[in-house]
Design a protein around this ligand. Structure first.
Ligand SMILES: Nc1nc2c(c(=O)[nH]1)N[C@H]1C(S)=C(S)[C@@H](COP(=O)(O)OP(=O)(O)OC[C@H]3O[C@@H](n4cnc5c(N)ncnc54)[C@H](O)[C@@H]3O)O[C@H]1N2
Ligand code: MOO
Length: 409
């Protein structure tokens, strides 16, 4: 049996970043940059007011205070989008609004709360230093400045920044295309009429959804019957995809067909049987030109192996490091755990915080790999290395948070 780390390294070595494509900014959320985003303008493009008030020469109001306001002559107005074109000279002021260009000659803004104005005169009741309430040109960023590096997954804030930098197109990694194939005579699509010994396919839709959370595009190939011909015919639908993921038919039973069928069709089985729980029956190879990741059929086994193997593949295809770094990586155990055997264990658990604000992981008492209701409830997986000694409540353990993904603030 291969260790999880060995299997992961072997599988991931078969993948590298996909080519780039050019997309429009409104489609960029969650995409990974292939080239940096570089500002196409300076922001702000001019010295701009940061408050509503009066543009003045600081020297004119150096002695102003509420008891001794300094009178200045109003000579015009500068509003956002409508600059004042004249020059502010000694003894003059221009009405100015937040975001508006600072008129020439002025070097400070006094807030309107500190002034009293009539039609011709403004009385300034507070001294201001030169530069007060002004955002100088380039205060945010300058033209040709690199704002977002290649390899970054774009957040909603990044999209706003690229828009502010007047960047309409971006070069991003192509989305990974993943074909998903369920197997088994007992499996029916959600909504189908169910025969006496049939069950609804949990796994294919779950895998397609997981692919979407990671920025990939899933193609659901449907359900192959338990015959060699059916599996081969339906697997052929993966041509042109970056990966084929199958679920079920991975173990040694008489009706577990994926391995035989795909072997007959030229699949080299690089990985099979992994020292982990759930997910022992996992295979990796190639179906013709398409890499094949064969996941075990038990629904939680499919889910957990997808998090541990499919997610990193999708990340590497998009030019990201294999591991998700969002979220905590460790938590305190709420309950004691027995010593582990030779299979690395991934226990479904709930996360909470204790009175001190420390993160606590509570493993569920039932860990069977067919309990989908608890898998949906879990916040994380507690990682128990192979042969880990018994662990007491309160010990720190490694966790894999069941969160994160392509869409982010
Ligand atoms: N003699 C042995 N039997 C089994 C072993 C073993 O080592 N020796 N391993 C067990 C483990 S652990 C797992 S996991 C499964 C893996 O088997 P397969 O990958 O071949 O999966 P199937 O036999 O096709 O199905 C297992 C189970 O999952 C259900 N299933 C399958 N596909 C779906 C789907 N799309 N949606 C929902 N549920 C699905 C299927 O009905 C079975 O109940 O093998 C064990 N046996
Ligand atoms: O390999 Mo099975 O995944 O432990 O349920």
């Amino acid at each position: 049996m291969l260790s999880v780390a060995e299997a992961r390294a072997r599988i991931l070595s078969a993948f590298s970043a996909l080519p780039a494509e050019t997309i429009a900014l409104p489609d960029a959320l969650g995409r990974v940059l292939a080239e940096p985003v570089v500002a196409r303008l300076t922001q702000p493009p001019f010295d701009a007011a940061a408050m509503d008030g009066w543009a003045v020469r600081a020297a004119d109001v150096a002695k102003a205070d509420p008891a001794h306001p300094v009178p200045l002559r109003r000579i015009g107005e500068s509003a956002a989008g409508h600059a004042f074109s004249g020059i502010v000279r000694a003894g003059e002021a221009v009405r100015i609004f937040t975001g508006a260009p600072l008129p020439g000659g002025a070097n400070a803004v006094v807030m309107q709360e500190d002034c009293e104005a009539d039609e011709t005169i403004v009385r300034v009741g507070r001294a201001v230093a030169a530069g007060r309430h002004i955002r100088p040109a380039g205060f945010d960023f300058a033209e040709r400045q690199e704002l977002l590096p290649a390899g970054r997954r774009l957040t909603a804030r990044d999209v706003a920044l690229a828009a502010g930098a007047n960047v309409p197109w971006l070069s991003v990694r192509r989305r990974p295309r993943v074909a998903v194939l369920a197997t088994g005579d007992e499996i029916a699509l959600p909504g189908d009429p169910l025969g006496p010994s049939q069950i609804v396919s949990t796994n294919a839709l779950g895998l397609c959804a997981l692919v979407a959370t990671q920025g990939g595009v899933a193609h659901n190939l449907g359900i192959a019957r338990d015959t060699a011909d059916s599996v081969a015919a339906m697997a052929a639908g993966a041509v042109g995809c970056d990966l084929l993921v199958t679920t079920g038919g991975a173990a040694q039973g008489d009706y577990d067909l994926v391995r035989d069928v795909l072997t007959d069709n030229g699949v080299a089985l690089d990985v099979h049987t992994i020292a982990m729980r759930p997910g022992k029956a996992l295979m990796f190879g190639r179906a013709g030109a398409v890499p094949l990741l064969g996941l075990p059929g038990n629904p939680v086994s499919t889910g957990v192996t997808a998090v541990l193997f499919l997610r990193p593949i999708l990340r590497v295809l998009q030019g990201l490091p294999p591991d998700e770094t969002q979220g905590p990586q460790r938590a305190r155990l709420a309950t004691a755990l027995k010593a582990n055997d030779r299979r690395e264990d991934y226990l479904r658990a709930a996360l909470s915080t204790d009175a001190d604000g420390a993160l606590v992981a509570t493993p569920f008492s039932r860990q069977d790999s067919a309990i989908t209701s608890l898998y949906a409830q879990a916040d994380c997986l507690i990682v128990r290395p192979a042969h880990a000694p018994a662990a007491a409540a309160g010990e720190m353990v490694g966790i894999v948070p069941l969160s994160g993904g392509a869409l982010n603030l």
